[in-house]
Design a binder for this molecule. Structure first.
Ligand code: LLP
Length: 435
């Protein structure tokens, strides 16, 4: 595993730090992310594209993990950001990113968000519909500015990933259908002085595990570029999106080098500036969620008759790590303690959270060493779309977050207190009881 090591004495470590040490000081549940792992992955990604003879600009998909420590580290590695809200835009600026290194995507950008992006001098806005293009043109003219724009193409490609995270099919809400691109591009260049048309963008979906959808999507993009140029319209930049999958279990995820080669083959000859928007691949394997076993519960006789195993109940829930409940996503799960016992003692269990919902299940029928009350476990590959998708459902305050960097570690976000959670609520005065 890229971030985790087994220490015979101190148990599971993330980089050089024992997770048990962090849990003892910070409590559980607790997110832990490894800075060295992030750096290694950032460098490996850049090297893969360099080896393929490409020099794209890299824009981290901030939605995957938006903590400012992560953004600062990735900025130091030469990354800009791919943002989808005014909030993410401000985060990137506060983390010291150059506004020119930011790309703004998303189907629903408000007028205020677009104004903010324009005033800050954002590098590129990926426009998702003709309506949005007209609105952006008007806003830019109002401000006396020009909006640097790429049109997001809907390539009508099925990325073959989970239904809830695929974005490039005709029926999905994202992007502009390829046949409509040429006319709109021309219209912008000829009739919209607030728009500086820079190029095209595409994003097919997330956790993509094969090359084929990328090939199809980029081929469609290349055809459009050729067509635009034939019609005398200039194309300077192509945004290749993100989506590169990782191995949560035993999936064969393509290496970044394969993606780089596909891009070099298909888009390289067009001589455009390339942009890449990786999220999950960079940060996913760098993070874990550490949790403690609250207790166990034997399956009832009736449940056993149906083949159901015993339950292990964790202090982390679907409000913390939503992916298993929302996408039936598989996350690795390891006990933190060094002693795993003999294989023959391992048992199939359902690992669940404390939330009052049947979907609050982290793992079904998972073969694990015996776990008891108080034992620590780590949910693996939780660095992407983990902490960012948390809620306080069931009045469970947001977890603490820790960054490890080799042998050192810091709390980068303290556990939210119940006081903090409740302090922002108020009761209307008409409900107040008379003294
Ligand atoms: N660019 C755009 C325009 C995107 O919409 C996304 C992700 C990315 C880049 C980054 O994709 P990545 O490299 O991370 O696959 N919450 C889901 C994933 C949602 C992805 C949304 N868009 C999950 O937990 O699996």
């Amino acid at each position: 595993h890229p971030a985790l090591h087994e220490d015979a004495r101190r148990g599971l470590k993330l980089e050089g730090v024992a997770l048990a040490e962090i849990a003892a000081q910070v409590g559980t549940p607790c997110w832990v992310i490894g800075a060295q792992t992030l750096r290694q992955r950032a460098r490996a990604l850049k090297a893969a594209f360099g080896d393929a003879g490409l020099k794209p600009s890299f824009h981290f998909a901030v939605k995957a993990q938006d903590h400012q420590a992560t953004l600062t580290l990735l900025r130091q590695e030469g990354f800009g950001g791919d943002v989808v809200s005014g909030g993410e835009l401000q985060r990137c600026l506060r983390a010291g990113m150059d506004p020119q290194a930011l790309v703004y995507s998303g189907v629903g950008k408000t007028d205020d968000e677009l104004r903010l992006a324009l005033r800050e001098g954002i590098g590129q806005i990926n426009v998702e519909s003709p309506e949005e293009l007209a609105r952006l043109n008007a806003l830019a003219l109002e401000l006396g500015l020009r909006a640097p724009v790429a049109l997001r193409v809907n390539p009508d490609v099925d990325a073959g990933t989970h239904d809830k995270i695929t974005t490039g099919r005709a029926e999905d809400k994202f992007g502009i259908a390829a046949p409509e691109i040429i006319a709109l591009y021309r219209q912008a260049c000829e009739t919209m002085p607030g728009i500086e048309m820079r190029g095209l963008a595409v994003h097919l979906g997330s956790q993509i595990l094969t090359e084929a959808p990328y090939r199809q999507g980029y081929q469609r993009l290349a055809e459009l570029v050729t067509q635009l140029r034939t019609e005398g319209l200039a194309v300077h930049t192509l945004d290749c999106g993100g989506g590169l999958g990782i191995a949560y279990r035993d999936e064969q995820a393509p290496e970044p080098a394969r993606l780089a080669r596909v891009i070099a083959d298909i888009l390289g000859p067009l001589e455009v500036e390339l942009k890449i928007e990786p999220g999950r691949w960079l940060v996913g394997p760098a993070g874990v969620l550490v949790s403690r076993v609250i207790g166990t519960r034997a399956a009832s006789e009736a449940a056993q008759a149906l083949g159901s195993p015993d339950f292990v109940i964790l202090d982390a829930g679907m409000n913390d790590l939503l992916r298993p409940a929302l996408y039936e996503a598989w996350h690795g799960l390891l006990p933190v303690a060094p002693a795993r016992g003999a294989e023959s003692d391992w048992q199939e269990v359902d690992v669940v959270g404390p939330i009052c919902e049947s979907s609050d299940v982290f793992a079904r029928n998972r073969r694990l060493p015996p776990l008891e009350q108080g034992d620590l476990v780590a949910l693996l590959d939780a660095g992407a779309y983990g902490s960012v998708m948390s809620s306080t459902y069931n009045t469970r305050p947001f977890c603490a977050q820790v960054m490890v960097d080799g042998d050192q570690w810091r709390v980068i976000r303290p556990r939210q207190t119940l006081e903090e959670l409740l302090a922002v609520e108020s009761v209307p005065e008409w409900l107040a009881e008379q003294a």
